[in-house]
Write a protein that binds this ligand. Structure first.
Ligand code: MN
Length: 286
């Protein structure tokens, strides 16, 4: 199943894709919540019920005209891994990590497919990063690695937009600030449930800037795979339904190029992951 959040006059609405339309789940079955996070709190039973409701849904939105938010626009946590592809660590001049390198974003960074990435006036070095995003379903604490995949509801395409001048050149290296300007976390277009993803460590992942391929790799290059990451994070904090985990980016980012490449107003960035779709966002200046 493919879940999206559509912005409507009634606010954000959880929908599922069915026969080329977005079907409003709550209107199809009033037991189902109106948000994707609410749906995920119902666990596997909620997803089964949603899949059944798609068939009967009458309130639909046309994907060609709908305004999409991030599939989960209101997560309690957005956790990100740095340097989680071996080759990207090398191009960044840093060692391959022996433990996950963690930082976070806020819900205010999230935008959906089609929405603009807004370049802030405080940065001249805004970079792109294609990423696989893991969406937590059933929450938990101290989840053993061999049970971690049971806590994953699904996956989405993500983009970890990064202001390198803040991340790397400010006193103390301000990773948090460089990663958290508004609109710096496009996610979407949809959440693909885990049953449709045979192996999250075997997905081609690419990023195109104005049609030119800048990143082209595979999630089989992840240093810390999904199950190990979920288990590790759950030892630090309680994972909750709808939490997002950005799993790091492959090589080819703009800062590693000679000369470096920074996002410019008018650019179009597309991130594509096999089986999950293509996330496309224009770039504007505030
Ligand atoms: Mn990243």
């Amino acid at each position: 199943m493919r879940l999206v959040t559509v912005q409507t006059e009634q606010g954000p609405r959880a929908c599922g894709e069915f026969e080329g339309q977005y079907v409003d789940l709550n209107s199809a079955d009033p037991v189902l919540p109106s948000t994707v996070k609410g749906l995920l709190t119902l666990g596997a039973e909620g997803l089964r019920r949603a899949a059944g409701a798609l068939v009967a849904g009458e309130r639909t939105y046309d994907p060609a005209r709908a305004t999409l938010l991030a599939p989960v626009p209101d997560p309690a946590k957005i956790v990100c891994l740095g340097l989680n592809y071996r080759d990207h660590a090398a191009e960044s001049g840093m060692a391959v990590p022996t433990e996950p390198i963690l930082f976070s974003k806020y819900a205010t960074t999230l935008i959906g497919h089609g929405a603009p990435i807004v370049l802030p006036p405080q940065s001249t070095e805004v970079d792109y990063e294609a990423e696989l995003v893991v969406v937590i379903g059933v929450g938990g604490r101290d989840i053993p690695r061999d049970r971690a995949m049971g806590h994953v509801a699904g996956y989405a395409v993500g983009h970890d937009v990064s202001a390198r001048d803040w991340q790397l050149n400010k006193p103390g290296k301000q990773w948090m600030a460089g990663k958290t300007f508004d609109t710096f976390a496009p996610v979407g277009p949809c959440l693909v449930t885990a049953d449709e993803v045979l192996d999250p460590q075997a997905l081609g992942i690419r990023l195109r800037l104005n049609g030119r391929t800048m990143q082209d790799s595979n999630t089989n290059q992840l240093v810390f795979p999904v199950d190990e990451t979920v288990s590790y994070l759950s030892g630090i904090f309680t994972l909750e339904p709808g939490d997002l985990i950005f799993t790091g980016t492959p090589p080819g980012v703009g800062m590693a190029r000679k000369p470096p490449v920074w996002l410019q107003p008018g650019d179009i960035v597309e991130v594509e992951i096999d089986g999950l779709g293509t996330l496309r966002n224009p770039v504007i200046r505030r």
